[in-house]
Structures are given as C-alpha cells and as structure tokens.
Design a protein. Structure first.
Length: 193
C-alpha cells in the first residue's frame, strides 16, 4: 500500500506513525480514543518498514515522473501505458475482467515533462511498475516500451528484509520477472536524453 501511495500522482498523505507500523486496528475515528488504539509505541517501532518508507520517499523525491504537477488527461494520458502481466497493452475487456488482479504501469519520464520553477524541463528516467494483488507469485513479461530499454529493479516489496538497494541485473523487453504475492516491483530504465 505504501508503494502505491508514494508512487502515485498527487500529494501522498500518510497518517503519522504509518511509516513505522502504527495501527488504529481499523478505527477511523481516533479523536474519540485516548488509549492504546491511538498511542504510538515508541519502544517497538517497525524499523524495517520505516527504512522502506524512507526508500520510497527518496525515490519519489529523486524522480519528477512520480511528482507531476498536473494530472494527465486527453492526449497527455498517452504518457501512461497500462499492460497485462503477459506484456500486452490493456484493453477494455482487460479492465472489465473481475478476476484480473495484476497490472503493469509504464511511466515515460521524457515525454511531455513538467517544467521546474526556473523553466528547465524535468526529464526523467522511465519506470515500469508491476503490481500483483494475487495471493500467489505471478510471472510478468516485460513489455516493449522503448527500443533497447534496459531495466533494473529499484524496489521489490515482497521481501523488505532482503532489500539491499537497486539490482544490477538488466532486463529487456520480453524478459520474464516473477512478482511475489501481493507486492509491487519497480523497474527503472535510465534517461539517455
């Protein structure tokens, strides 16, 4: 959930403590609770979750493609491309399939970028975000999004304990990657501008 929130357009909003595993046990009205439901447990924070949240925030801050100042509509929406796990572009039938619990999102970092305050273009790397909501691992075929694109894994939410930073293994269109159950993999293709 943190990956989908922090890598989405718009302003991400976290409730204080979410980044270290605080929960309200599903209670959405914290103002009427002055007990353990809303208190912070400073003695036992989830430090691996905190480190992962910091990693996602750093990724978002480093890449303007995740922080667009405008929502894409009409022709601009072509900057986003959606794919099935088989690597084919999503169709209306794919979107309507109630059994489909996985999708790949392509973000083009150089197509119609935003401008910085000084007027310079905020060109960026390209990203492919693979989302698996299934309860089992799922094989994705990497789509052909840019000729000769070589992608490296930046984030894999399946096993946070083994997260040691970006992978050096380069993957190309047509390669297969297994995405763990209920997890997100973020692949980066460096900008070659």
């Amino acid at each position: 959930m943190l990956a989908t929130l922090l890598l989405s357009f718009g302003i991400p909003m976290l409730l204080g403590g979410d980044e270290m595993g605080r929960t309200q046990q599903g209670n959405n009205n914290a103002y009427c609770q002055d007990n353990e439901i809303t208190w912070f447990d400073w003695a036992q924070p989830d430090t691996s979750l905190l480190a992962f949240t910091q990693q996602l925030i750093a990724l978002r801050r480093a890449h303007p493609v995740f922080r667009r100042s405008r929502f894409l509509a009409g022709a601009e929406a072509s900057e986003l491309r959606w794919f099935t796990p088989a690597g084919t572009e999503m169709t209306g039938a794919d979107w309507a399939d109630p059994n489909a619990l996985a999708v790949a999102l392509y973000l083009d970092g150089s197509d119609d970028p935003d401008r910085a305050a000084d007027g310079t273009w905020l060109t960026d790397d390209d990203f492919l975000v693979l989302v698996n909501a299934w309860w089992e691992p799922l094989d994705f075929t990497l789509p052909d999004t840019r000729p000769q694109a070589g992608r490296r894994t930046e984030v894999d939410t399946y096993d946070l304990a083994s997260q040691a930073g970006p992978s050096e293994e380069e993957r190309k269109a047509g390669d297969h990657i297994t995405v763990g159950p209920r997890s997100v993999v973020v692949l980066k293709n460096p900008y070659s501008g």
